[in-house]
Design a protein around this ligand. Structure first.
Ligand SMILES: [Zn+2]
Length: 351
């Protein structure tokens, strides 16, 4: 089967371990309990009552991306400049092997612009290292999970010492071995589970950062839930037949908010803008997720998604930050704030 025709998630949970799985495409990982969520009413450092995070999964063609990796790498200079001009910081989750193959310059641009560089695993799809057809972290045991976390961190720390503070595992897939490895390597945050679910309402984990309990173990890692529904890919790339549930979620969101469902980079600006307005109105936290490989994909109805999509988004975020409507922060900044706030709210004993 052509990989582009393959459903992104299929019907797979964890194959190793007892807990975890996907939080994507209407699936729910097993054994997850939300602990110590960030309390409502939190005031963020710039006085805003909402926080918005812009995150990028930097993965070239190491996953299922179909764009041009050379162009993706070149685009990082433009994206980092635009972020600097707006005086805001984003989080770039970088595949370790991509940093080795195409770095170090693009990683240095990210760090130099004041952004956070975090891990998106070493190989992205784990069968590229271990053979066979098992792609996801939760399909593997302690050794492979440790290698995926350790080598992913080291590839980036080699470029910029001690830079990595967190990780988003490819496809947001995990099991308890993933968490054990992240804990062993001292990561402060993860960003794996979905905020909401427009196909199966009530299935999401909500907006607030929390600490994850898997089975009977609570991990000392701040989980920052992400937008696993209206991210860039299902808006203008995903195939409506093979990945219908993803596209349907976007359509459902648009209907719910009464905004146009237009599957182009320009249409995506309207959808993300509404997500930001929702976040500000509800005084909550929201983590946007963009895959820059998709910013290189040409279409009949658009030319350059960098200028048509991500630049307007960065400018909007800059506006909200300047107006004090939202705190635009990195994952690590939010994780640090979370620790301060829960210390007061829940006391040291529950950290
Ligand atoms: Zn990825």
């Amino acid at each position: 089967m052509n990989p582009q025709e393959q459903s992104l998630v299929g019907n797979v949970k964890h194959a190793e371990g007892k807990y975890g799985g996907f939080s994507f495409g209407g699936q729910e990982p097993e054994g997850v309990t939300v602990c110590n969520p960030l309390p409502a009413g939190t005031v963020f450092p710039n006085g805003a009552r909402a926080a918005i995070l812009l995150t990028f999964d930097v993965e070239g063609n190491y996953g299922n991306g179909v764009g041009d990796v050379e162009r993706e790498v070149a685009n990082y200079q433009r994206i980092c400049n635009r972020l600097s001009e707006n005086q805001i910081s984003a989080t770039f989750n970088v595949v370790g092997r991509m940093a080795e193959d195409y770095g170090p310059e693009f990683v240095e641009w990210m760090v130099d612009s004041g952004c956070e560089v975090a891990s998106h695993g070493y190989v992205h799809d784990m069968n590229k290292r271990y053979g066979g057809n098992r792609v996801y972290a939760g399909h593997y045991g302690p050794r492979e999970n440790l290698e995926q976390i350790r080598d992913g961190i080291e590839a980036l720390n080699k470029i910029c010492p001690d830079v990595v503070r967190g990780a988003r595992l490819p496809y947001g897939h995990f099991n308890e071995y993933t968490y054990e490895a992240m804990e062993q390597y001292g990561l402060a945050w993860s960003s794996l589970v979905g905020i909401d679910d427009f196909n199966n309402p009530g299935q999401g984990f909500g907006n607030d950062p929390f600490q994850m309990k898997l089975g009977d173990r609570t991990y000392p890692i701040v989980e920052i839930p992400m937008d696993s529904q209206t991210f860039d890919w299902p808006i203008w790339i995903a195939d409506e037949k093979a990945n219908g549930t993803f596209v349907q979620a976007v359509r459902n969101y648009c209907e719910l908010r009464n905004i146009p469902f237009e599957r182009t980079p320009r249409g995506a600006v309207g959808i993300w803008r509404q997500r930001m307005l929702d976040t500000i109105e509800r005084q909550t936290v929201f983590t946007l997720c963009c895959h820059p490989i998709n910013l290189t994909v040409k279409g009949r109805d658009w030319s350059d998604p960098v200028t048509e999509f991500i630049f307007p988004i960065i400018d909007l975020l800059g506006c909200f930050q300047r107006e004090g409507k939202a705190w635009i922060c990195t994952c690590n900044q939010l994780a640090q704030l979370y620790r301060q706030v829960i210390r007061t709210a829940y006391g040291n004993s529950r950290e």
